[in-house]
Design a protein around this ligand. Structure first.
Ligand SMILES: [Zn+2]
Length: 221
């Protein structure tokens, strides 16, 4: 069983555990529950930092659906210094979503752009018990080491195929703190990411599959 921890592609293959991401934009506030979920039975939901607004109904919407069994994780949520509203507002909504995730004990998928110090600071203050997965890791090995030390889990996708630095970063991560993803890349198959990772880590695909699946199971312990 392959795990795709963060995707914007509709799940199709039965041998892939995939978290399909649903963003609570202001537009979806008018949706009824069934059209919000569609056919998806395994989703991450949250207010993306780009979708954060002063409208508190987005948080109400999240709170209303967060215990639904289709919601497997809260995300993608986080901080982005390049895009989205004022960082103070992003932080405020991020904190509230972390607290909701804590309440229902579901893991968090994090979108973080140029805000790693702030992210680390927030984790230090809140000390959430739920797993915090930094998705789309594409930074230097030093950043990976820092995040791993602070207890974050890193999810690798397209950048792993393209960048030697990201390959180096993966090598430094304990396998217990690793996931893989396809994100919004329509041409990327999760098996390609596993393939590259198995070469980088010098372990068989079967072993890798087993270890990552174990990580998936432990998200809910
Ligand atoms: Zn994404």
């Amino acid at each position: 069983m392959l795990v795709d921890i963060h995707s914007h592609q509709i799940a199709s293959e039965p041998n892939i555990k995939k978290f399909f991401n649903l963003d609570i934009t202001e537009e979806v506030l008018n949706f009824d529950l069934e059209s919000f979920f569609g056919n998806n039975t395994s989703v991450s939901v949250g207010i993306h930092p780009w979708s954060v607004s002063e409208n508190t109904e987005q948080l109400d919407f999240l709170e209303a659906i967060i215990s639904d069994s289709r919601v497997k994780a809260i995300g993608e949520i986080g901080l982005d210094k390049l895009k989205g509203p004022d960082l103070k507002l992003q932080e405020d909504v991020f904190l509230k979503q972390i607290r909701l995730a804590e309440r229902v004990r579901k893991p968090i998928i994090i979108h973080c752009v140029r805000s790693f110090n702030e992210l680390i600071g927030i984790k230090k203050i809140i000390k959430p018990k739920v797993s915090m997965i930094v998705h789309g890791f594409n930074k230097k090995p030093e950043v990976a080491t820092e995040l791993i030390k602070k207890g974050f889990i890193l999810s690798f996708g397209k950048a792993l195929l393209d960048s030697d630095l990201v390959k180096e970063a993966l090598k430094l991560c304990p396998i217990e703190q690793v996931f893989f993803e396809t994100d919004d890349d329509q041409d990327l198959d999760i098996s390609q990411v596993y393939e590259v990772a198995s070469k980088v880590l010098n372990i068989s695909i079967t072993d890798l599959e087993e270890k990552i699946y174990q990580n998936y199971l432990e998200l809910y312990l």
